[in-house]
Design a protein around this ligand. Structure first.
Ligand SMILES: C[S@@+](CC[C@H](N)C(=O)[O-])C[C@H]1O[C@@H](n2cnc3c(N)ncnc32)[C@H](O)[C@@H]1O
Length: 411
């Protein structure tokens, strides 16, 4: 294979990140923005041990599922991956991806024909923009160059309104020293956090954004409330600048409802990797008792405040690594384990303890089907997959969320 040569290829399928897969001289090549069944002229950019990366030079035969990206920044900005695919194609890609991962890792065919999709634009409730002089936007894919953007179509509309304001502010005020801006929106109220600012501009900055619910400068609150409040069901949740909250609130609510549907009134539940206790607290209305386990101290503090805010008495939180706390939980009579680990998944020690405790039900929530399948490969010793439900939590990107309901064979 030659880096300077052009090749005519047929795209066979997608890889897990939505690149088109083809073969050149019997070697696997991942082609950016290519779709299955397309005939393309490509060039190779980089060759690794097991595969190469390439880009499209010319589309000879185009897929019917290729569309003109709705966002003018799509091909430069590293934020979205799939805007060149129709939404139907994106959803099909995600279903096929989950199925093929389970097939490859666990050697099983899972039952999955659809994916729940609710909102494809303006869904992100939290965004971090990079700033350099008078440019504001996202880094280009695999680079530190900023793509200067006026609007981000997947971000909440309130974030875009304030992006225009901050864009004007950095243009009018040179030497501002801001390099990162985080926006968060809950119940249409906006929080803005900046990493730094020239002391002379601090008051002007606060004046410009005085209508917002909350302003942070260098991790310190300088105006408004310390936290935002997000309503879910009949509960209220304090969301602070640093706490984890699902980025797509509408889809999160539906995903939580799916998890709740597996729970009975008499259940004692352990919610592993509980974050700021959003799901733990939602579970409290459906279960007898819930114990949340989370390693980040600040998240547990927020979770405990959320208990008080919602006057909840059948929930407790343990601040610990799951792998260290799961042993203590053996004493409890656990009916169900809910687990929602980070992308890296759970660990062998935890999974072994779960197999020993062997509750009747496990609800495994995951934003990474690869680690979900890897962990199920261990849990399958005692559990069957009863249902797996996919949610398009991150439309226009290759990411996908799953709720996997496992039932113990003893029950
Ligand atoms: C995907 S979030 C889950 C949040 C929560 N279920 C929700 O819906 O808001 C994963 C959480 O696991 C926590 N975490 C990561 N590794 C952990 C570990 N080893 N033990 C306990 N918590 C951990 C992270 O701090 C994060 O809050």
């Amino acid at each position: 294979m030659d880096l300077n040569k052009e090749y005519i290829v047929d795209i066979l399928r997608y890889n897990n990140e939505g690149y088109g897969v083809c073969k050149v001289d019997n070697f696997i090549v991942f082609v950016l923005y290519a779709l299955p069944l397309e005939k393309l002229k490509i060039k190779i950019d980089k060759i690794y041990n097991n595969y190469a990366l390439g880009h499209i030079v010319e589309i000879i035969k185009e897929s019917k599922s290729r569309i003109l990206p709705i966002c003018p920044y799509f091909y430069q900005c590293g934020g979205c991956d799939l805007m060149h695919q129709s939404i139907e194609e994106q959803l099909k890609f995600k279903i096929d991806k989950i199925k093929s991962i389970f097939n490859k890792i666990c050697n099983i065919n899972i039952n999955l024909d659809e994916i729940n999709s609710y909102n494809t634009l303006n869904y992100r409730n939290k965004v971090i923009f990079k700033v350099n002089n008078d440019k504001i936007g996202f880094f280009k894919e695999k680079s530190n160059d900023i793509v200067d953007i006026k609007q981000c179509l997947i971000s909440n509309k309130e974030i875009n309104n304030n992006l225009t304001k901050i864009r004007n502010f950095i243009k009018e005020n040179k030497n501002h020293n801001i390099s990162e801006i985080m926006f968060r929106v809950c119940n249409d109220k906006v929080m803005i956090c900046i990493d730094n600012i020239n002391d002379n501009l601090k008051d002007k900055f606060i004046d410009t954004f005085i209508d917002l619910e909350s302003i942070y400068i260098k991790n310190k609150i300088v105006h408004g409330s310390k936290t935002l409040i997000q309503n879910l069901d009949n509960f209220k949740f304090n969301v602070s600048a640093k706490s984890f909250f699902q980025v797509n609130t509408l889809v999160a609510q539906n995903m939580y409802n799916k998890a709740l549907s597996y729970i009975d009134k008499s259940d004692t539940i352990v919610d592993l990797y509980s974050g700021t206790g959003t799901l733990t607290i939602l579970l409290s209305k459906k279960a007898k008792k819930v114990i949340g386990v989370e390693v980040v101290k600040e998240a547990v503090r927020d979770a405990k405040e959320n208990l008080i805010l919602n006057k909840i008495e059948n929930v407790e939180f343990i601040c610990s690594k799951v792998e260290n706390a799961i042993g203590i939980l053996r004493k409890e009579n656990i009916d169900a384990i809910i687990m929602d680990p980070p992308r890296s998944g759970s660990d062998k020690k935890t999974l072994k303890s779960i197999l020993e405790i062997c509750p009747d039900k496990i609800v495994y929530i995951s934003c990474n089907p690869i680690t979900l399948a890897r962990d199920y490969n261990i849990l399958k010793e005692k559990y069957n997959i009863k249902e797996i439900t996919a949610f398009d939590m991150f439309p226009n990107t290759y990411h996908v969320e799953c709720v996997c309901f496992l039932e113990s064979r003893k029950s």
